[in-house]
Write a protein that binds this ligand. Structure first.
Ligand code: ADP
Ligand code: MG
Length: 247
């Protein structure tokens, strides 16, 4: 796990008087699942928005797949985004479209030379791997919350991303469905060779999905390492209390 697919150094971002990121350093290595933990409002979503060029940092460096994101023009940024699968918090399926249409959408828009048959095969393969092979002609309203999440993950995978960003993938789900999604995140990494960042404040999700944990506190990563290193042997009292409140 030597190659870095994301390199963040000294990243700072404020909104007016509100300093959100205050010198963030973090690397994502090829093939790993890295969990970013932090309480609501700590800047987790801001961090991944900078990663995909939806926000610009004030200071510091954000390199994704070797490119400094803030310097990219529209075309290069769009090309980079095709290599990143991001499922945003509350990102939903289009309710008026079938599962097939929801999944076709990014393909048809971004990959021009696929036949109808190839598109169908690709969709079927992905629905199969998220455990919903029968859902292709269903409407989102016919699916449970957990099933919609699964379709969302499948849709994100359709462009073969190198990096997956999951922003609070288990938010609002019951514990059993959470576990389902956690297992899916692990499975996706193994099956599709992605490198992933999983943003969550759910410690079970963190433990199950993460090869490493990074705790964002007061605008910086205060602890980075294995689950046990970060929580069982936490030196920073605030990291410890984050754990104590969750369990
Ligand atoms: P979370 O860790 O819960 O994902 P966010 O990254 O969404 O937190 O937000 C961190 C802080 O930055 C919050 O206080 C939020 O209100 C603020 N913030 C995020 N985006 C913007 C924006 N575009 N303009 C102003 N403030 C923002
Ligand atoms: Mg967020």
């Amino acid at each position: 796990m030597e190659e870095k697919v994301v390199e963040i150094q000294g990243l700072m971002k404020s909104f007016g008087d509100l300093d959100v990121l205050k010198g963030v350093d973090l690397d994502l290595y090829k093939g790993e699942n890295l969990v970013v933990l932090g309480k609501s409002g700590s800047g987790k979503s801001v961090l991944i928005k900078i990663m995909v060029g939806l926000l610009k940092q004030d200071e510091g460096s954000m390199k994704v797949l070797g490119q400094e994101v803030s310097t990219l023009g529209t075309k290069a940024l769009n090309e980079l985004r095709l290599k990143i699968g991001f499922s945003f918090q509350n990102s939903a399926l289009y309710d008026s479209m079938t599962v097939r249409e929801n999944m076709e959408f990014p393909l048809v828009r971004n990959v021009k030379n696929l036949t109808r048959g190839e598109i169908t095969r690709k969709i079927e393969e992905l629905l199969d791997s998220v455990g919903l092979p029968q859902s292709i002609n269903q409407m989102p309203s016919e699916l449970s919350g957990g099933q919609k999440k699964r379709i969302g993950v499948a849709r994100t995978l359709i462009l073969n991303p190198e990096i997956m960003l999951y922003d609070e993938p288990t938010a609002g789900l019951d514990p059993i469905t959470c576990m389902d999604i956690n297992n899916l995140i692990v499975q996706v990494r193994e099956q599709y060779n992605t490198s992933s960042i999983v943003i969550t404040h759910d410690l079970t999700c963190a433990k199950v999905t993460g090869d490493r944990q990074a705790v964002l506190l007061d605008g910086q990563f205060k602890a980075i390492g294995s689950f046990d290193d970060v929580f069982a042997h936490a030196k920073d009292g605030r990291v410890k209390s984050f754990y104590d409140y969750n369990f």
